[in-house]
Design a binder for this molecule. Structure first.
Ligand code: S3P
Length: 175
């Protein structure tokens, strides 16, 4: 597959886990945009937010989206906020199939609270109610996906299988 596969979705929907499995299965190269930005800047995502603010992080994301869109054969797991800038999705979508991952607020809540120290937008007083509101607010940004998969309903292996079937259908049509 020449094109890239671009995973988008709210925090905690399983982009990195599924992306790594997909990469192994399809023999593609896995790139996580948060980790890549950390390598480039020499700071953790949390540090960038704390020392330089969200704006700086978003501009690193934008630069990276343009850079990755010029490559091929990548599975790109995007930070949850990558689609907030439509230009990012435009460039990534021109050279890739965009897969949207979604999950129930309950699942997301459990997953993001576990790693909240790495997520500057999640504070320890977050309630399920507030998370629901954040997810609803973000929903429109994830609608640019070519394929959407719910990660709350299946195990990882099943999900990876389902995504590969969906990709084949999307790229080559049914039958
Ligand atoms: C963000 C999601 C995070 C990370 C940053 C901002 C967001 O990535 O990029 O904390 O705005 O949704 P994950 O979705 O991998 O947690």
């Amino acid at each position: 597959m020449g094109k890239n596969i671009v995973l988008i979705g709210f925090m905690g929907t399983g982009k990195s886990t599924i992306g790594q499995r997909l990469a192994r299965k399809l023999g593609m190269i896995f790139v996580d945009t948060d980790r890549e930005i950390e390598k480039i800047t020499g700071m953790t995502v949390a540090e960038i937010f704390r020392k330089h603010g969200e704006k700086r992080f978003r501009s690193e994301e934008k630069l990276l989206a343009h850079k990755l869109a010029q490559r091929e054969g990548l599975i790109i797991s995007c930070g949850g906020g990558m689609p907030l800038d439509p230009e990012n999705m435009k460039v990534l979508g021109e050279n890739g199939v965009i897969i949207g991952l979604k999950a129930s607020p309950e699942d997301v809540f459990r997953r993001v609270m576990r790693k909240r120290h790495h997520r500057p937008l999640i504070d320890r007083d977050l309630t399920l109610e507030r998370l629901r509101a954040m997810m609803a607010e973000r929903e429109k940004y994830y609608q640019c996906a070519h394929i959407t998969v719910d990660t709350s309903t299946h195990g990882i292996e099943e999900l990876v299988h389902k995504i590969i079937l969906n990709l084949k259908e999307f790229c080559y049509g049914k039958g």
